[in-house]
Ligand binder design. Sequence first.
Ligand SMILES: Nc1ncnc2c1ncn2[C@@H]1O[C@H](COP(=O)(O)OP(=O)(O)O)[C@@H](O)[C@H]1O
Ligand SMILES: [Mg+2]
Length: 501
Amino acid sequence: MSPRRNTTSSARSLDELLTDFGGQMPRKETAAVEPPADKLFPKVVRARGTRHRGHGWAPTLPPLAGYQMTSEQTPVTWPLIAGDGLPPTGAPMGFNVLSGGSFYCDPMGWVNDDNIGVTNPNVFIFGKPGRGKSALVKAFMLRMIRFGYRSLVLGDVKDEYEDISRALGVEPYRIGPGLSGRINPLDFGPLAQDWEAQDRVECARRGAILFNRWLALIRGLVGSQNVPFTPTESRVMNRVLRDLTGWSRGQSKLTQITIPMVWAALDTPTDALVTECRYETRQDFFDGTRGLRDALGSLCEGELEGLFDTASTFQPNWRAPIQTLSLNTLHANGNEAAVGIALMCLNSWGQGMREMAEPGDRRIVLRDEAWMQTRLGVEAVKTLDSNLRMSRNDGDIQLVTYHKPSDPLSAGDQGSQAAQIAKDLLHLADVRILLGQDDEVAAELGHLLGLSRMQQELVTGWAMGDKGRALWMVGDQRYKVQTVLTPLERRLTYTNEAIAG
Ligand SMILES: Nc1ncnc2c1ncn2[C@@H]1O[C@H](COP(=O)(O)OP(=O)(O)O)[C@@H](O)[C@H]1O
Ligand SMILES: [Mg+2]
């Protein structure tokens, strides 16, 4: 850094500006004025400035209009400064641009505070790519660690959470074609812990949770391939799952199953299965379950082969501060449907991780670029929907990032059931963070989230001016916030390697 001259004004004088171009003005040097020891500023500058050439003296004062209004009317003129602000609890994210005060994010604390109109701890983050969605999430995760929160990244499609994971001493887990990692979507998860030691009631409870989760997943996986999943398919599936695990034989310890095992059970059905599912002949069974079998079969071959079709090789460490599952190898292949299916499996798997959570075990569950999952169709949207609804019960903070509000709507044709559910998804989060967006998205934003024109303009104007600037919608309150990253976080959140290179 060059040494700063001790001058009375920090502005550059005309002489200094001229020297930039090689010229110099004859000038009489005057000694710099030293401020008196007890006074920081030697003299007070008057409202019009200093009357001196090059000192920006204003001949007239800017007209300042005075208004008088009631406190009920003020929020209309200054819609973003209404209210008392939020309590200083949780992660310090940056500063409130209008009040200048620090801004803290504490979704669970907000839920527990009756003065704040937040009833669930879910957070939706919208923003144009590159505006800082992921960086905001990473900073939040890091800053919540000291409050005992652990993070679970359900599908890191760009492998961009690996850096913060390693910084926390946790080796990220990778799955993709050619890698050795496997995840079994039909894993028992922590429900298998001490299964034998449980009484009948507890075993029945755990069994019910497992079978429901598996059925929901299979419905989603099958549905994403446009194969209908009616009560008939559901009945067949229930039978198969209970037979394969040994549940229907009253086995005290259930057998671990995989998707290929389920497929094989349908492809070579036992006579008992055929009759129990009320098919006349084996041929009837085959005809009736063709779609189901083909849909399951496609999960064990092609792009997804060797990813989700054997026992899990990943033993999650429930105590680690972060767990991330990298999917970039799969994403790099360009098959977005495969990524979507992988995300759906991880979703179910992550839900399993939560089934046995002890009270007070707080987690941040992240779904980055969630549109990849919801685009698969109505079942995928329903899965996300049910996960978000659960968060009130299990104490998770669910973070979902999207580019724009219509992303979840791409789940189906306009007006379809999928689009309708996806639209309602937006109401499952009481906290929405809107980072910078282009003008085209503004109208859409305003329409879906009920923004005023001024708020829309904030998102398309001010928020586009710098990374991390966002309109925070916390319940019915709005805040204009700049997220601030520490130098370390800036390094850990850097995602512009490809562009910079
Ligand atoms: N508040 C911020 N201050 C400084 N740099 C930021 C901030 N937010 C994001 N960045 C930087 O901007 C780049 C893009 O951010 P990223 O979070 O990857 O965007 P997105 O997830 O929205 O596509 C990253 O290199 C990140 O370090
Ligand atoms: Mg991102």
